[in-house]
Design a protein around this ligand. Structure first.
Ligand SMILES: C[S@@+](CC[C@H](N)C(=O)[O-])C[C@H]1O[C@@H](n2cnc3c(N)ncnc32)[C@H](O)[C@@H]1O
Length: 446
């Protein structure tokens, strides 16, 4: 194929879109950014519980529990509700992808390019603390941010990896019901938000991304269970990073079919290969996204999935006593020792001996200097008995988040402080004082 290497973005768009459509996309960059959040379903909080109609919010056109807001009116990213984990701030077209995938409770889901965690959050909201999500990102720091976000929102059914699918795929042959590939891409749908992406755009970059995308989707095929589905999405408008990747994949695998996305009648269908969804910023209130759903057809003889489990050892008396003291009922078979921390892993315990792992379920805590110290992650566990909670008002919450001690009457022992019923972290109640156990690295500086 003849490839013109010196091409600007507008010329590139005109190779597969009409001049009018190209013009609309280019002009849409002058329109304001759209800001949106999705509520965390873990703690049964409603939008009224949080804001009591005090803020102008518009419902997302297609997603329950997601709201568009005006950043000029309120910077939700700095709000106490956000810090506590009441919602995830995410671009409205980005959250569309997972909303179109039919994720059922108890399913096993893989998010291959997951950091910082927006789509993982959408998946976990749908799984409702059942099943398992394995969330991976190849970049070390981004995978740590992903892990911190999983912790912040209180999800317990997640393993966070930091590896290459070429390396970890052998552990999960034909295993997952759903696989999400939110692929690294040239980012042309993000130009309005990210000026640097525009400066760095080139047709070479588009083709470099295509080669990574093809490799990722091929690895996904090996890990997908029969009748399982792949959600493929990018925030690039380039046909090379979307339709061409899917065409390549369909040609390689006759047992893969496209699951048509009916919303494309309202917005835009994909180009040449039909059945996907193209969200453009001039038609959909968001930055843009291209989405495909692909299904592995049923095999005559279903392929067996293969995985190896670790042998769990008995948890220490300390962790069992702690759980008993706070009246949390966890089966000791679901407690594993991971990086010197006891973790709650209520799912198949894969032996991922050669994979880089950042999180294996939810940390419960560790024994140091002969006493058990609960992990911050465990304060977010959604099945704590009600008597564990102490609700703070707004001023007390700010004090707590700064690491200060708060005076409160009550019984001694470990407790969890909440703001608007959302868990913030541990305190130790001693002599009518709440000794602060909020992690130093998370404390507010102002
Ligand atoms: C579009 S972003 C993902 C956004 C994320 N899904 C979300 O909703 O928050 C693409 C991610 O892919 C990661 N990445 C790049 N190459 C990768 C690869 N070969 N395997 C896994 N992740 C990769 C990048 O570090 C980046 O975090």
């Amino acid at each position: 194929m003849y490839l013109k290497l010196k091409m600007n973005f507008k010329e590139h768009l005109e190779t597969f879109l009409s001049k009018d459509e190209t013009e609309l996309i280019i002009n849409s960059r002058k329109m304001p950014e759209i800001h949106c959040f999705m509520l965390n379903n873990n703690y049964n909080i409603s939008i009224n519980d949080l804001f009591n109609n005090s803020i102008n919010l518009k419902k997302h056109p297609h997603i329950e529990n997601a709201y568009i807001y005006d950043k000029e009116e309120i910077e939700f990213g700095k709000s106490l509700e956000f810090i506590a984990g009441a919602f995830y701030i995410q671009e409205p077209s980005s959250m569309m992808a997972v909303s179109l995938l039919n994720i059922q409770k108890d399913e096993k889901v893989l998010d291959m390019c997951a950091a910082p965690g927006g789509k993982s959050f959408n998946i976990l909201n749908k799984l409702e603390n059942t099943g398992l999500l394995i969330a991976n990102d190849i970049h070390e720091i981004r995978s740590k941010i992903l892990s911190a976000n999983i912790e912040k929102y209180g999800f317990d059914n997640v393993i966070v990896l930091n590896d290459d699918s070429k390396h970890y795929k052998k552990h999960f042959k034909n295993y997952f019901n759903k696989i999400i590939i939110d692929a690294p891409c040239s980012g042309s749908a993000m130009f309005r938000k990210n000026k640097q992406a525009e400066e760095e755009w080139s047709i070479e970059k588009v083709y470099n991304c295509q080669s990574i995308q093809k490799s990722l989707i091929e690895d996904a095929y090996e890990m997908l269970a029969p009748e399982g589905e792949i959600l493929y999405s990018t925030c690039s408008f380039s046909i090379q990073e979307n339709e061409e990747v899917i065409e390549f994949f369909l040609n390689n695998h006759p047992d893969i079919e496209i699951v048509p996305i009916s919303l494309n009648k309202l917005y835009n269908d994909t180009i040449n290969i039909k059945g996907g969804l193209r969200l453009y910023p001039h038609k959909f209130e968001g930055e843009g996204q291209v989405i495909f759903i692909l299904k592995k057809k049923r095999e005559e003889t279903p392929l067996n999935s293969y995985y190896k489990e670790i042998k769990t050892s008995k948890p220490s008396k300390d962790v069992l006593k702690f759980l008993n003291d706070i009246k949390v009922d966890i089966n000791s078979n679901d407690i594993i020792l991971f990086k010197n921390n006891y973790s709650f892993a209520n799912f198949t315990k894969f032996d991922l001996y050669d994979v880089k792992i950042n999180r294996y379920g939810m940390e419960i805590g560790t024994t140091s200097n002969n006493h058990f110290e609960p992990a911050h992650a465990f304060s977010k566990y959604f099945k704590m008995p009600q008597e564990m909670y102490i609700e703070l008002n707004e001023d007390e919450t700010r004090e707590y988040l700064k690491g200060l001690t708060i005076s409160k009457e009550g019984n001694s022992g470990y407790k969890i402080v909440t703001y608007k019923k959302i868990p913030l972290g541990w305190v130790k109640h001693v002599n009518n004082q709440l000794k602060n156990h909020y992690p130093k690295g998370l404390r507010l500086k102002f």
